[in-house]
Design a protein around this ligand. Sequence first.
Ligand SMILES: Cc1cc2nc3c(=O)[nH]c(=O)nc-3n(C[C@H](O)[C@H](O)[C@H](O)COP(=O)(O)OP(=O)(O)OC[C@H]3O[C@@H](n4cnc5c(N)ncnc54)[C@H](O)[C@@H]3O)c2cc1C
Length: 487
Amino acid sequence: MKDGAAALSSFVDCGGKTVVIVGGGMAGLSAGWWLKKNGIEDFLILELEPQVGGNSSYGENAVSKFPWGAHYVPLANSESKYVRQLFLELGIIEADHDKEKPRYNELYLCHDPQERLFKDGSFQEGLVPKRGLKPSEEAEMKRFFDTVHELRDAKGSDGKPAFAIPLDHSSEDPRFRDLDKISFAGWLKENNFASRPLNWYVNYCCRDDYGATAENVSAWAGLHYFAGRRGHAANAETNSVVTWPEGNGFLVSRLKELLADKIVTNAPVLRLTEDKEGGSLCYFTRDGAVSRYKTKFTIFCAPRFLAPYMVEKYKLEKKPTYAPWLVANITLKKAPAGRGVGLAWDNVSYYGDSLGYVVANHQNITTRRSSVVVTYYLPLSQLPPDAARRKLLNSPEKAWSAAIVDDLEAMHPGITEDIISIDLWPWGHGMISPGVDYIWQERRKLPLNQGAVHFAHSDMSGISNFEEAQYQGVQAAERVLTQLEKS
Ligand SMILES: Cc1cc2nc3c(=O)[nH]c(=O)nc-3n(C[C@H](O)[C@H](O)[C@H](O)COP(=O)(O)OP(=O)(O)OC[C@H]3O[C@@H](n4cnc5c(N)ncnc54)[C@H](O)[C@@H]3O)c2cc1C
């Protein structure tokens, strides 16, 4: 930081702001949404990139919009109050947002067919392996789902759900929380869940939500995937999700419209220092010059591993583990076919390392869809994260594209002929991994604030998804609002 510190000695003084939000990902946009809803207007969001959105960013070509990261949100649990509130404001929930079964906008509920799995040469419906299972494997699968359904309805001695969304609403009962002290793989072994189809499915789910295998996430986190989602809708199946061609970029666009005059892009924040008057000084660059805001409060919504480089005197005891991902958007002349059940929104193979692909323009209501964009997801979970990041960075684009084509060819022989383009996006620190003891031990050591700098970001939950990012953003805004009321 020597050069950076020297650069800070001369700067353009931008004056004062009540609040500056650092980072315009879901947490930063949500903090802004909540401040504005509560009557605060004197704030800005400074975003490093040319566009806001972070891991929920999206792109667009002549065929469709498409996500670069987050692509769906499950039906919101009743305790996910901020999600339901926002969904009501954006018309995603049309009625009864405070009832057990809200009515969702049919345009945004994932259209059928939602999922299919390629196994033994053809596609079957859904992602749980069903066809060709031995009776013992079928019985084990049933026992697993009975167990997680029981956990979904379980409450702790404090009356709270065993697994909640946001996860801070979960029971503190050690019966459940102690599950964070062992790995999910260990829990599966302890409970005699050993068959290949079940282990494939469970690992698929962990890699899908956490970018890590069952070996590398805690049993609490692993079970949260299956037992935490309790959302219902008046007009959809319980396992439904809401999705858009641009994925969660839809939420980003709507929040961006709402906060249009508050967002400054291409504005990387360099340093946050303490102000003698109790606020903070926020240095950032724009158009090649260093600028500075004097703020009463700053909400830091960038990933936490950046805090030691940016926040004066901030020390991170232990760097969290982040999962690297590769995402590819592939434009095809025509929709991929394949033996067995027809094209679904989410299309997964039982073989290979990827999570398959999601059809970006699945939600388009048209009887004549020809070209499609498919979004291909590859968590690099087979290597330790640092080695995986190096591989992500050092392997040429051509090699990644060739590996993706091979994977797609295995599901759809001849698909190469239909490929118009392949665009890649590497996520070096894609999402935090909830390893053993992270959620209920390590993350709690992360301070909520340091002086006038309040922290938000999905990292503070230990699980990276829209609901947690939004919750952390709103919670930080709430803390700032409380302090503003007092001052
Ligand atoms: C491949 C992938 C797929 C995913 N799929 C889903 C999904 O389907 N559903 C779901 O709910 N979640 C999904 N997620 C999780 C996703 O991370 C969260 O939903 C959410 O977008 C995280 O938001 P955030 O604000 O916490 O963090 P981030 O998205 O990391 O936002 C941080 C922001 O800070 C900015 N920033 C960083 N440094 C600076 C600086 N110095 N100055 C200014 N700004 C800075 C960044 O550019 C970024 O915009 C996925 C994640 C990945 C990687």
